[in-house]
Design a protein around this ligand. Structure first.
Ligand SMILES: NC(=O)C1=CN([C@@H]2O[C@H](COP(=O)(O)OP(=O)(O)OC[C@H]3O[C@@H](n4cnc5c(N)ncnc54)[C@H](O)[C@@H]3O)[C@@H](O)[C@H]2O)[C@@H](O)CC1
Ligand SMILES: Nc1ncnc2c1ncn2[C@@H]1O[C@H](COP(=O)(O)OP(=O)(O)O)[C@@H](O)[C@H]1O
Ligand SMILES: [K+]
Length: 496
């Protein structure tokens, strides 16, 4: 953002004009929150203004709200005139009441506007400032945060000391990692992104590598059936089944793979589980696979191009051997659950198989850990409290040469080439047994259709989340594949 700001100002746009536009955007969001209330009988709109430009934005917003007829009071931290520059100008722009800030907040407040700290937060909020933040959070008034809820780190989403819990946050130009990563995301409430005069062309200079996950990132490379195509054009996905008592996870994955667009899906099953799998499968094919030699034979069919290993598979030597064989044969592999845990004692063995001797590999391996599984493969990264979830995932991807999908409410997807995406869609109903297995199947389908692996992972996470949103409350893993046709229809509509 500092760079975006600099390029814009260098291009002839005054810094204070950016602040005016930012303050106007905040005032508009405030007016939307105040809609239906009458200024004459409402409590005050209290603008908390910090010492930096975040406070400057608050002062500008305060002036626009005052002009709109609202009873506004500014509670000021520090001396804005001594800050100089745009902040001093903002202070002169504001013509209303201003008092020094204390933890003794006004009694009748309709709305707090939090302009204490934004991108410039440089240390934890402590002492009386922490008391002020706690008092704001405890009040029954609604809270609108400027740029970031004060106390949230924009780079990591972490709470530094304590942080405002906003109902709504207005940020400028683009969202930042701290808006999308927990706990920052939950402190933001509804996120509004307002344009303040910074041109999109600045991105050509800045070349960002981190994105908010969404169709704009990948819908144009999404594969779809061609008019004259046949099923093999859409790839042949394979899911490894676990033993007789643990076959459900692999079937969830396989049915998702078929729904998500793989032309064919085959389950590779140990002999003990053939009967139970056979009694449940229809369009999905079934093959016996007992040990490395069997798999080696099967891999001679080079139409089998994308594999899922892990859901319900069991931890141990078989998983390690199968993963190495599949990668060694140049196939694409989604490794999940038990497949990941099987390499806990020797993650480097997995990373070597992932690179497969290539000097500049195109990733063929996708790892889909939740935080617990991630800690088994990357214990040092998991423990490092200085790293954000985004940074942990990026390091893990670089180290392993694989696409890493670190799951959770704020799933992060990273590629060894440095690109990363944060997903902020989906519902908490996804926190239910087996939804991760469904994700592996959706992913295998995209890989089978030869979508580049990073885009395949991003789109799969998004489709999975969208399926959950469409189903709504009461979701169980089995419900997700049935929503995929609607998700695909929506994506088709967006593409045309
Ligand atoms: N394109 C842009 O970059 C724009 C930025 N704008 C605003 O500018 C903000 C960034 O402004 P600044 O860089 O001035 O930073 P801030 O306004 O976020 O705060 C920086 C000030 O807070 C102090 N501070 C930081 N952490 C503290 C703590 N824990 N306790 C006490 N004091 C602390 C610092 O010493 C410094 O004086 C953005 O968040 C946004 O609201 C807008 O004016 C519009 C344009
Ligand atoms: N609170 C949440 N909000 C949104 N998505 C969630 C939430 N919790 C979990 N998920 C998603 O649900 C899935 C759970 O996968 P996983 O942990 O592997 O479970 P399982 O092994 O039971 O399938 C992941 O895709 C994850 O991102
Ligand atoms: K703020």
């Amino acid at each position: 953002m500092a760079e975006a700001d600099r390029i814009t100002i260098e291009g002839g746009f005054a810094g204070f004009s950016l602040m005016i536009e930012a303050g106007r955007g905040v005032a508009d969001a405030a007016l939307a929150m105040l809609k239906g209330l009458a200024p004459a009988v409402s409590g005050d709109v209290v603008c908390l203004a910090g010492p930096g430009k975040n406070g400057g934005d608050a002062l500008v917003a305060a002036e626009f709200l005052r002009r709109a007829g609202w009873p506004v009071v500014v509670r000021q931290l520090g001396d804005p005139l001594s800050s100089g520059g745009d902040v001093a100008e903002a202070f002169r722009f504001y013509r209303g009441r201003s008092e020094p800030i204390t933890s003794d907040l006004p009694q009748r407040v309709t709305l707090f506007i939090d302009g204490l700290f934004g991108a410039g937060l440089s240390r934890p909020i402590q002492g009386e400032l922490a008391e002020i933040v706690e008092a704001v959070n405890k009040s029954s008034a609604r809270i609108l945060a400027i740029d970031l809820p004060s106390g949230i780190c924009g780079r990591t989403g972490a709470v530094l000391g304590t942080a405002v819990k906003a109902d709504r946050t207005v940020t400028f130009f683009r969202g930042k990692p701290g808006h999308l990563l927990d706990p920052g995301r939950s402190h933001c409430g509804v996120l509004d992104i307002v344009q303040i005069g910074i041109e999109d062309t600045v991105l050509q200079t800045i070349r960002p590598t981190c994105f908010r996950n969404g169709p704009a990132l990948w819908n144009d490379v999404r594969r779809r059936p061609q008019a004259s195509g046949h099923k093999y054009d859409r790839g042949h996905a394979v899911v490894f089944s676990g033993p007789a008592a643990r076959t459900g996870a692999a079937r969830l994955s396989a049915s998702a793979a078929l729904r998500a667009g793989a032309g064919l899906v085959t389950m590779f099953s140990p002999p003990s589980a053939l009967l139970v799998n056979a009694s449940h499968l229809t369009a999905i094919m079934l093959k016996r696979c007992e040990g490395a030699e069997d798999l080696f034979e099967h891999l001679k069919d080079d139409r089998l191009n994308a594999f899922v290993l892990g859901p319900g598979f069991g931890v141990g030597k078989a998983a390690r051997q199968y993963a190495e064989l599949v990668l060694g044969a140049g196939r694409l592999l989604v490794l999940d659950a038990d497949g990941l845990t099987s390499f806990a004692d020797d993650p480097n063995r997995l990373f070597a198989a992932s690179r497969n001797g290539d000097r500049e590999p195109r990733p063929r391996l996708v790892l889909t850990p939740h935080m617990g599984e991630f800690a088994r493969l990357f214990p040092d990264l998991a423990e490092d409290t200085t790293l954000s979830k985004l940074e942990k995932t990026k390091h893990a991807s670089e180290r392993s040469g694989a696409i890493v999908v670190l799951k959770g409410a704020d799933t992060v997807i990273a590629s060894p080439d440095g690109r990363a995406a944060i997903n902020d869609t989906g519902t908490p109903w996804l926190a239910t047994a087996g939804t991760g297995d469904v994700l592996t199947g959706i992913l295998a389908a995209q890989l089978a259709q030869r979508t580049p692996a990073f885009e395949a992972a991003c789109m799969s996470v998004w489709m999975h989340s969208r399926a959950a949103e469409l189903f709504g409350p009461g979701l169980i893993a089995e419900d997700l594949p049935g929503q995929l046709p609607t998700v695909l229809t929506e994506l088709e509509r967006l593409a045309t």
